[in-house]
Design a protein around this ligand. Structure first.
Ligand SMILES: [Zn+2]
Ligand SMILES: [Zn+2]
Length: 220
């Protein structure tokens, strides 16, 4: 497809526009780096370089969709000579691309692929999750930044319903139970509380109960 993009646009994008695989690009599927160099006659030469994440772009459909998105950035920069992210000029290029290739899916503003990581750490309190390519998170020491809940490790294996399976059989932990029992009352304790605030209150309360539990009870 790249060849045909180039053929259809011979007058526009340079045929030697670098397209490079990058295995360290992990936050986005692709990126278009734009440069402007002053040449000896004082004029400016614009160039672009597209990098694709080999970790995220792992099938041909993603390659096609990411590449056409990034080439629209390159066209915006080199041909239309403007910047401006996913603004009107970039959008116009996506319409042209979609006109030229009606068979491809609509070009979206962001590469919203679920980044396929082998391991997923999910907070048992608020379900916030982070992906890792290795077992790099120490779940005994690191707690959730949103609610201080405990992380649970999931390996990217799916059960028969297509849901990711926990690496160890799930046992509800004390904090998760505490959240379940007290979420409603904490939410009502103040007006307009966001989920994050409720979780903060709950984790403080939970910590307090742990402390009070630790104190030996007085006998009368
Ligand atoms: Zn973009
Ligand atoms: Zn959490």
């Amino acid at each position: 497809m790249l060849k045909s993009i180039r053929e259809r646009n011979t007058a526009v994008l340079p045929a030697d526009l670098p397209i490079i695989w990058n295995n360290r690009l992990r936050k986005t599927a692709g990126y278009c780096y734009n440069r402007r160099i002053k040449s000896s006659d004082g004029s400016f030469v614009r160039s672009s370089r597209v990098e694709l994440s080999s970790k995220i772009v792992d099938n041909s459909a993603r390659l096609r969709d990411t590449l056409v998105h990034e080439l629209c950035h390159a066209a915006t920069w080199i041909i239309s000579e403007v910047t401006g992210g996913h603004g009107p000029t970039w959008k116009r290029w996506t319409y042209r691309a979609m006109e030229a290739f009606p068979e491809i899916p609509p070009i979206s503003r962001c590469h919203n692929y679920d980044i396929e990581t082998k391991y997923k750490y999910k907070c048992s309190g608020c379900n916030y999750s982070i992906g890792r390519h290795s077992k790099s998170l120490d779940v005994e020491r690191k707690v959730c930044g949103i609610c201080c809940g405990k992380f649970e490790l999931f390996v990217n294996k799916k059960n028969d319903k297509g849901k990711p399976m926990p690496s160890t059989p799930r046992t509800p932990n004390a904090f998760a139970l505490f959240v379940k029992e007290n979420y409603g009352s904490a939410k009502k304790s103040k007006e307009n509380l966001k989920h994050k605030d409720v979780m903060k209150i709950l984790s403080e309360q939970f910590a307090a109960t742990k402390i009070s539990n630790a104190i030996p009870e007085e006998r009368d």
